[in-house]
Design a protein around this ligand. Structure first.
Ligand code: DON
Length: 300
């Protein structure tokens, strides 16, 4: 596996065609697009890495996987009264369907649906308590107490996220946001600002693998359902393309990270900050495609 990751790193790490770094969150615009890291945590307890696998990055929307697990842990299937389970076919921050669909976001991975998930795990508690819960979940999944939130990235998003505020107010107008808008925005922006490196993220993803010795933080049924949502909605309007190329459930973030997993086999984290036209890591997608081609890990 180490040789394969080195080959992938050699094939892609120096690619001139890396996509564009996200600039709408000012702190993310500062990230060097030259980074490329990959890590694979296998079901037998090993971790393999290549490239910049120990450099921290902003996990951004990858956090929506952990947020969904927390929200489901809190209210169970009642969450599905407030958010759907269908791909949206639109960009991650689109406002378009919310009006037509009465304030019920299509799925928990687009921003509108993720704001509902955050509102759900926030409940009546303070943002500090809720974020503490989120960090505890991630830290126990990764078995690493050093994982933290980057406050500068969070502040940068809170100061500029007019679109997410618009989405949150719009959800509130339909009665589908229960806490104060600013509380939800603050919690959500801090959730997105969790920092990890590829090694930590691959370890954190092991709770999705299903194998002996893997952290069991959610039930098998919930794990299967989350996998289905990651496959169908985890890459927004690029989800079909990711399924076609990688054949694995995955979740991308605008910081350039992707968490994917091969059920029963491995958890995979890649990071390259340049994004493709869907806002998903360009080289990250290519790296997972190569990995799956060589390992035969596609679920299809
Ligand atoms: O809410 C936002 O816009 C960001 N905090 C997260 C978006 C994101 O990561 C989309 N993923 N590709």
């Amino acid at each position: 596996m180490k040789d394969l990751l080195d080959q992938i790193h050699t094939a892609l790490g120096g690619s001139p065609d890396r996509g564009n770094v996200a600039t709408y969150i000012p702190e993310l615009a500062k990230v060097d697009p030259g980074h490329f890291g990959i890590a694979v945590a296998t079901v037998d307890g090993q971790v393999f890495t290549a490239g910049h696998a120990d450099v921290l990055f902003s996990i951004q929307s990858v956090s929506k996987v952990f947020a969904l697990a927390l929200a489901l842990g809190k209210v169970g299937d009642a969450l599905w009264k407030r958010v759907g389970r269908e791909p949206s076919g639109l960009s991650f921050n689109s406002l378009l369907l919310l009006e037509r669909e009465n304030g019920i976001p299509r799925n928990p991975f687009i921003n509108a649906g993720a704001l509902v998930a955050t509102d759900t795990y926030l409940g009546e508690s303070s943002p500090r308590e809720a974020l503490g819960q989120l960090l505890r979940f991630i830290r126990s999944a990764a078995d690493d107490d050093t994982i933290h939130i980057n406050d500068e990235v969070a502040a940068s998003e809170v100061a500029t996220c007019h679109r997410n505020r618009a989405l949150a107010h719009y959800l509130a107008s339909f009665g589908n946001l229960h806490a104060e808008v600013e509380k939800v925005i603050g919690t959500y922006s801090h959730q997105c600002a969790v920092e990890m490196n590829c090694r930590q993220l691959a370890l954190a993803g092991r709770f999705l693998i299903n194998g002996p010795g893997m952290p069991r933080l959610i039930s098998s049924e919930r794990r299967r359902r989350m996998a289905a949502l990651m496959m169908t909605c985890g890459h927004y309007d690029g989800s079909g393309d990711f399924a076609f190329r990688a054949g694995l459930p995955g979740k991308s973030g605008v910081g350039g990270g992707i968490l994917a997993f091969a059920p029963g086999r491995a958890s995979i984290a890649v990071w390259s900050p340049g994004l493709n036209e869907y806002g998903n890591s360009k080289l990250g997608t290519e790296a997972i495609e190569l990995l799956v081609r060589e390992t035969g890990w596609s679920v299809f």
